[in-house]
Design a protein around this ligand. Structure first.
Ligand code: ZN
Length: 565
């Protein structure tokens, strides 16, 4: 593939794919039934399946990217609909092969060839599905869509203009306190007006998820949720210990940060609507034109690491970046990949704020890891690791690019770094509160809506003791959790960001002491991709495992020094 902008792939024909899988299944059956089968044959037959998966995944990801690039194009929309329609069938075909690989008596030999991790992943993934829950899954995804549609359709009037839930958030950093308060009030008023419906959707989601878990033989949804997240190496007790670590070491630091914010902003009491502002000058914005920024990025990556520099050049040459905002382009930012072509792709919406630089370095971390892992990956599973590990690569690169921020922010670079560090630290208690909340909810699946709001307030007392909501509607009575999309849409996902942040902050500490070795450790970690579970990857990079006591102590100490607290 020379140029992504003109690259296309034909839709696969489901009948042909099904026939192809039937052949694969026969060949695999034959190989596994033969006691004298050679390693070469086993490798060849599994690799053949992997090749088919890569080909189809390249198509599927390309369809999704194209639709996001031009949401008004009817052909892209039709391809996207076809993709959604056939994707459950494709999953079923792959699960069929995965089951054979997991259940065969030859599994130890296969593990010796391909590594044991992929087999554990398949075992865990296969245990989250049974045909008897098919209708419940359909129901679950309908409820998720209802939450998505309800929140996407929100219209908020403020200062004579109309906003949605994401565009109204820009006022969080407004220098005028009355504007911050007014925007915050208008937004939470929307949640207050929709509280009953949001309660209703979540109540139904909790009961359907609890029901699915029971049908599959689990006591509660918690264990099933961990399996859905492909967690093979830690459980709810480990996560509970990590949250305790955050409460002990990070919450006190956050209280000090809040007091400093009060002083800097010259406020008697820091209120909820003041929390997004760190100094009266407001957030710094990046300098230069888009083209100049791309050139600066190339210089920055060349300087950081040879491989990283070459990789960015390749991304530019092959047009694997779509960064500019334009009409009909979907919102947000993400990194995707074409596994058959062994290339990543970055999608973003630059809007001239400091977020452009943060999103860019974040997604470049994902892309570089993905690209580095293709080399030698015998299975698709070896490319992307599990979610919490993926976010280490992205969040760490945000910190590793710090020394070059003068290029993008000039005199305001130091303020940019300070705000980045502050928001990273302040995120941790909120992140673990969202996680703890969901554990508490699924331990009590029959709770009333009132009880659920009270449980959230218990979390706030534990992790966010200084947050003062004043007279704001909704949040002052325990409703803040309803804003967190992951609680509705991706249950138990949120802790992943905090685990990765704990690791990324360790890369920051190291890079401040010894940049070159930190950078090399980072590159090596990227190359390991998904060959190991989270804990294995963390150990391999010499990082402290977040589940072990003391994992955050060093980081908090270093942050205190940096922030002069
Ligand atoms: Zn990410």
């Amino acid at each position: 593939m020379d140029d992504f902008s003109t690259f296309c792939l034909p839709n696969p024909n489901l009948e042909e794919v099904t026939a192809e899988y039937a052949t694969l299944q026969q060949e695999l059956e034959l190989a596994l039934a033969n006691p004298d089968v050679s390693d070469e044959t086993l490798r060849a037959v599994v690799s053949k399946w992997d090749g088919v998966r890569r080909r189809i995944e390249s198509w599927s990801n390309l369809v999704e990217i194209r639709f996001n690039q031009e949401t008004n194009d009817p052909d892209y929309k039709a391809a996207q609909d076809y993709r959604d329609e056939i994707s459950p069938k494709l999953t079923e075909l792959n699960v069929g092969i995965q089951k054979m690989l997991v259940e065969t008596p030859l599994r130890p030999r296969l593990e010796a060839i391909f590594g044991a991790h992929a087999f554990k992943l398949w075992e865990v993934q296969n245990s989250t599905f049974d045909p008897c829950i098919h209708d419940d899954l359909v129901q679950e995804s309908k409820l998720v869509s209802r939450y998505n549609e309800l929140t996407a359709a929100a219209k908020i009037e403020f200062q004579g203009e109309e906003f949605n839930l994401s565009s109204i958030s820009k006022f969080e950093e407004h220098a005028d306190r009355d504007v911050r308060y007014g925007a915050s009030r208008a937004m939470w008023q929307w949640y207050a007006a929709n509280r009953a419906e949001l309660d209703q959707i979540y109540g139904e989601l909790v009961s359907i998820r609890h029901g699915i878990a029971q049908k599959l033989g689990y006591d509660s949804f918690i264990e099933l949720a961990y399996r859905r997240m492909s967690r093979t190496d830690y459980d709810a007790d480990d996560v509970a210990r990590y949250r305790e670590e955050v409460r002990e070491h990070v919450v006190p630091l956050c209280r000090e940060i809040h007091r400093t914010q009060e002083e800097t902003l010259n406020l008697e009491d820091l209120m909820f609507w003041d929390e997004g502002l760190f100094d009266s000058a407001g957030n710094p914005a990046p300098l230069g034109t888009h083209e100049a920024q791309i050139e600066m990025a190339q210089r920055m990556f060349n300087d950081m690491n040879v491989e990283l520099g070459q990789f960015f050049q390749l991304m530019c040459e092959k047009n694997l970046l779509d960064l500019k905002i334009r009409p009909w382009k979907a919102g947000g930012g993400f990194c995707s990949s074409l596994p058959n072509e062994e290339l990543p792709f970055i999608f973003a919406n630059f809007n001239g704020s400091k977020g452009d630089v943060e999103v860019f370095t974040h997604e470049m971390g994902h892309a570089f890891q993905c690209y580095s892992s293709f080399d030698g990956a015998a299975l698709l599973e070896h490319v992307w690791p599990t979610y919490e590990a993926c976010e280490i690569h992205s969040m760490s690169l945000e910190f590793l690019t710090w020394p070059h921020m003068e290029m993008f922010f000039g005199d305001a670079a130091e303020r940019f770094r300070r705000i980045h560090l502050l928001t990273s630290i302040l995120f941790l208690p909120y992140g673990v509160a969202v996680d703890h909340y969901q554990h508490a909810i699924f331990a009590e699946p029959d709770a009333t809506p009132e009880r659920r709001h009270a449980i959230w307030q218990e979390m706030e007392r534990l992790y966010l003791p200084d947050t003062n909501y004043g007279d704001l509607p909704h949040v002052s009575t325990g409703g803040r959790w309803q804003q967190k999309r992951h609680i509705y849409m991706s249950p138990f996902y949120y802790i992943d960001y905090t685990l990765a942040q704990c690791c990324a902050l360790q890369f920051w500490v190291r890079s401040e002491r010894e940049f070159a070795t930190a950078m090399q450790d980072y590159v090596d970690l990227c190359k390991r991709g998904g060959t190991m579970p989270f804990s294995g990857l963390v150990d391999s990079a010499g990082l402290k495992n977040p589940f072990k006591p003391g994992s955050l102590k060093d980081v908090v100490q270093q942050a205190r020094e940096y922030l002069k607290l």
